[in-house]
Every structure is written in structure tokens, then in C-alpha cells.
Design a binder for this molecule. Structure first.
Ligand code: NAD
Length: 496
């Protein structure tokens, strides 16, 4: 049987160049929605040449804990464009998320997720919603650096880098310019996380100053999220950190109409991956009921990315027309609005039949060749003056009275270091504190220079830890305290 790839190659004129792309059919509803999506792309004349790879459940269960084989990486790195159907990550067994791995291995730093309502054709509480969420895709708590440190306490490191912030914020402003978005809103929680979220916000202000043509604002994430859920029409483009963007983009897609409608682009400086935002919905698999629209939207973003905005426009408008005709899959079907409940394949057939048409009520779209995003080059700033001013020593201690620990640990004081404060889960409990504060077995002992303004070094820290070991104090982690260019670059203990 002729493969799709052979058919496409056969359909092309000699002069037409086909763009190689890597395709994975995925698990659950994946194969059905991918077949529907590819059928539409083919009928619309997408100039692509498909390389198929297998990822997901079968690969995991064959003993590969990353869900993807070496030769599949090779295909993605060669074509640099990956259209991926959702996959199932088996529960337990140490299987790693293929999505997180792919994003990080290929440096896909920007996740672009548009959420648009299609009132009155898809039921929504927000008829005027049209928001793009641009989520940083590699850093934050998703660095996956987690440790158990004591019987009672585990930790996850939140890592935020200046290059990571600059790249995603610049991408957001460039995207706004290219896609004619008028306002960029930054969401952070920098009233609490002054260093990490504070850096993201600071970089947003710095880079924003280079885009005076675009309106810009910052919201604290909690009230910003409430506002997004209540009045999404007051936002245009939101740029935010990884975890907040992950959660909020699902909320945004759902309140726009359905998670089944939204697509997602994961963009890096070399490679890109396109997908639906939803998962493999195993309960709906094999029934020809799933909505292929999310993956189709991922594919539309892919067509713009590979320089085929004409095909992207044609497909998007035919899809809008199909929605207007009331031809709907079960997830968006509603009596009184919809005219026909169709399956995955029939929905794709209806889009194909509408190719060349534009919507009548909804606004038609027109994608333009955007020449791609400018390549991001990070210019490292001159190194700051960095001074070691102390050290936080985290210890595993099963006692309950912080004064006992304070007294014991103070025996390690010498001419270099003096114990200044002990906190438990961030709250100061020694030398002063409230007896009401609940304490776990994980304590942070803050040592500062004994002599005001003295210069400390790492050798002095090893000597301090040696003294602590002699005292039988079980330290589980150290964090050096620095001053950068004369400014303290660490948080105070709560209550300090
Ligand atoms: P899910 O998104 O797969 O499905 C949740 C529910 O949403 C479904 O039961 C269904 O009612 C509805 N739904 C989702 N997509 C739909 C569509 N196209 N058409 C109609 N209805 C749709 O979430 P889940 O059930 O939590 O996860 C299932 C599996 O998917 C898990 O193994 C999870 O790890 C995986 N997952 C994969 C991806 C990905 O590959 N990008 C993303 C999220 C979850």
C-alpha cells in the first residue's frame, strides 16, 4: 500500500520542495486524531514529507524508560519539526515524561498556547476570549531536581536563569509584534519569591522597555489567574513561568470552550514540536469520537512555522466554517447550537469539504509568512562583584526545642562564623520565635561572618562543617550566602 509520504511525493510537481517532518501517532485517541489531522493536511496540499516514529506506551513497556528510541531522536533532530499525538505515560515504574524530556533535550524553551472562544458556535461563558499564553518550558520546578533530606521533608529546586527569562520574554514580545497582539501581561509571584519570580519580573521590565509599541503590565499570579478565569477578554498575550503557564493554559483552554480545541507549539532555536494540549484520553480510544481539533491546531502552527502560511490559512478557515455549520464532535455538541454530531473521521471529512471556504460569522484568519523568530543570542553581562557573607546549613534533627539545637550549634562559632538564626520551614524559631510555630525535623542554621565585613571563603565553610560533624550535627545541605555588587542576594528568615 502506498504510504502517505509516497502519495505526497507523488502528488508534487517536480519544482515543489517538500519539508520533512517527523510524526508520532501516539497512544489512546492519538492514532485517530493524527489520521484525521494528516488527512486534512494532505487534502489542503501541505508540502510535507512524513517520517514516522513510534513513541509512548509501547516503547515504555518494551523497557525504555524515556519512551523514545535513539533512532527516533535521530529523525527529530534531522527534520527539526515534530508533530506529536498525545501519548500515555504508564503509571509508576520510573517512566519519565516524554514531553518534559523532549522539551528539555531539544531546548524547546517556548510553549505557545492560544485559547480562543468560538461564540455562538461553541458554548462558552466567555464569548470574547482570545488569549495566547506563552509559557517558559524548560526551567522552574520542572528542572526535576528533587531530594528527600530528612524523614519528614522533601524538596524540589526551583531554578530560574537570566538567559531563560530573557529568551522567553523576548520571544513573547516578538510573537506579539508578529501576530499583532497589542498587550503583553506578565504573571509572577514575586511578592513571595523575590529572587526567582523577582528575576523573571525584572527581565520582563528590562526587555519590555525595548518594545514601547506594545502595552505591558504585570499581575501577581493569584489575582491574575482569578481575573483570567473571570474576565479573559481583558488579556491578549500572557507570558509566565513554567508551572503557572502549565496550569493556567489548561484552565484557559477549558473556559474558552474545550481542552479538545486547543493546540500547542513548543519552540526552540533549532527544533520545534507541535501537539494538542490534551492527553491520550484512553477511555475514548478506538471509538472514532475524539475531537481532532487540538492536534489540527498544533499542525496549523507547524505549517506557519515551516513557511506554509497559505495552507495554514486554508485549513483554519475551513475548520471555522465547519464549526459554524454546527458539525461538531461529542465534546462540543450542544442541542440548539449543533446540527450534526459526528465522529473524528467525519469531522475531518467535513473540514476537507470546506477547504477553500471562509467562515461567515466568525472572523476569517490570515497567516502571513513571518520569516521565523529572530535567533536569540544571549549576551552575558560582566561578572558582578561576588562576596561570600555567610552560609545556611540545613540539618536533620529530631529534637523539638530549637534552643537545644541553638545551644549545641553555637559551639561551632569561631572567629570566622557565628550562628545568627535558626528557622524551620523558613520561619525563625531561634534565637527568638513563637512556641506555637510547628517544627519538623528539617532545620536551617544561618551562619554569618563573626567580624562585620570580614571576607569569607569556601575553605572556612569546610572547616565549619567539620566542626559541626564533630558535634554530631547531621547537616544535609549547604547554601552559600552571597552579596552581588553590594546587594544581599538571599531571602531573610520569616519573622527575622
Ligand atoms: P486527557 O486530556 O487525556 O483526557 C481527559 C478527558 O478530556 C478525557 O477523558 C475526555 O473526556 C476529554 N478529552 C481530552 N481530549 C479530548 C478530545 N480530543 N476529544 C474529546 N474529548 C477529549 O487527560 P488524562 O485522562 O488525565 O490523561 C490521559 C493520559 O494522557 C495520561 O497517561 C497522561 O499522562 C497523558 N497525557 C499526555 C499528554 C501529551 O502527550 N501531551 C498531555 C496530557 C496527558
Amino acid at each position: 500500500m502506498e504510504t502517505l509520504q509516497e502519495k505526497q511525493t507523488g502528488n508534487t510537481t517536480g519544482a515543489e520542495t517538500l519539508v520533512p517532518i517527523t510524526v508520532a501517532h501516539g497512544d489512546g485517541i492519538g492514532p485517530e486524531i493524527m489520521n484525521a489531522t494528516l488527512a486534512v493536511l494532505k487534502a489542503a496540499g501541505a508540502r510535507i514529507q512524513i517520517e514516522e516514529i513510534e513513541v509512548g506506551e509501547k516503547v515504555y513497556l518494551s523497557g525504555n524508560t524515556s519512551g523514545i528510541a535513539a533512532e527516533s531522536w535521530e529523525s527529530i533532530r534531522r527534520t527539526k519539526v515534530f508533530l506529536k499525538a498525545p501519548i500515555t505515560t504508564p503509571q509508576g515504574g520510573g517512566y519519565k515524561s516524554l514531553n518534559v524530556t523532549t522539551r528539555k533535550m531539544l531546548g524547546l524553551y517556548a510553549n505557545v498556547r492560544p485559547s480562543i472562544s468560538y461564540h455562538p458556535f461553541v458554548a462558552t461563558k466567555h464569548p470574547k476570549m482570545d488569549v495566547v499564553i506563552i509559557r517558559e518550558n524548560e526551567e522552574d520546578l520542572y528542572a526535576g531536581i528533587e531530594h528527600q533530606q530528612t524523614d519528614e521533608v522533601v524538596q524540589c529546586l526551583k531554578l530560574i536563569s537570566r538567559p531563560g527569562c530573557e529568551r522567553i520574554v523576548r520571544y513573547a514580545f516578538e510573537y506579539a509584534r508578529q501576530y499583532n497582539r497589542k498587550k503583553v501581561t506578565c504573571f509572577t509571584k514575586d511578592n513571595i519569591m523575590k529572587q526567582t519570580d523577582g528575576l523573571f519580573h525584572k527581565v520582563f521590565d528590562e526587555i519590555g522597555a525595548e518594545y514601547p509599541d506594545i502595552e505591558q503590565e504585570h499581575w501577581i499570579i493569584d489575582i491574575g489567574a482569578a481575573k483570567l478565569a473571570d474576565t479573559p477578554e481583558s488579556f491578549d498575550l500572557i507570558v509566565t513561568l513554567n508551572l503557572y503557564g502549565d496550569v493556567l493554559s489548561d484552565v484557559a483552554a477549558q473556559i474558552a470552550g474545550s481542552v479538545g480545541l486547543a493546540g500547542s507549539a513548543n519552540i526552540g532555536s533549532e527544533c520545534a514540536m507541535f501537539e494538542a494540549i490534551h492527553g491520550s484520553a484512553p477511555r475514548r480510544a478506538g471509538q472514532n469520537v475524539a475531537n481532532p481539533s487540538g492536534l489540527l491546531h498544533g499542525a496549523i502552527q507547524m505549517l506557519v512555522h515551516i513557511g506554509q502560511p497559505d495552507i495554514a490559512t486554508k485549513i483554519h478557515n475551513a475548520w471555522l466554517r465547519t464549526l459554524e455549520q454546527g458539525i461538531h464532535t461529542y465534546d462540543i455538541f450542544k442541542e440548539g447550537i449543533s446540527t450534526q454530531k459526528v465522529g473524528t473521521k467525519e469531522f475531518a471529512d467535513a473540514i476537507v469539504a470546506n477547504l477553500g471556504q471562509e467562515p461567515i460569522t466568525l472572523a476569517p484568519v490570515e497567516y502571513k509568512a513571518n520569516g521565523g523568530m529572530p535567533k536569540f543570542t544571549y549576551v552575558r553581562k560582566p561578572a558582578a562583584k561576588k562576596e561570600l557573607v555567610g552560609v545556611d546549613v540545613f540539618v536533620h534533627w529530631a529534637g523539638s526545642n530549637p534552643h537545644e539545637l541553638g545551644e549545641l550549634a553555637s559551639k561551632s562559632n569561631n572567629g570566622d562564623f557565628t550562628l545568627k538564626m535558626i528557622s524551620n520551614r523558613g520561619i525563625m524559631v531561634w534565637p527568638s520565635g513563637f512556641p506555637e510555630t510547628f517544627c519538623t525535623d528539617h532545620w536551617r542554621m544561618r551562619y554569618k561572618a563573626t567580624a562585620e565585613g570580614a571576607t569569607l571563603n569556601n575553605k572556612m565553610i569546610t572547616e565549619l562543617t567539620s566542626r559541626l560533624a564533630d558535634l554530631g550535627i547531621d547537616f544535609v545541605k549547604l547554601e552559600n550566602l552571597y552579596r552581588f555588587d553590594g546587594k544581599d542576594a538571599y531571602s531573610l528568615g520569616q519573622g527575622q
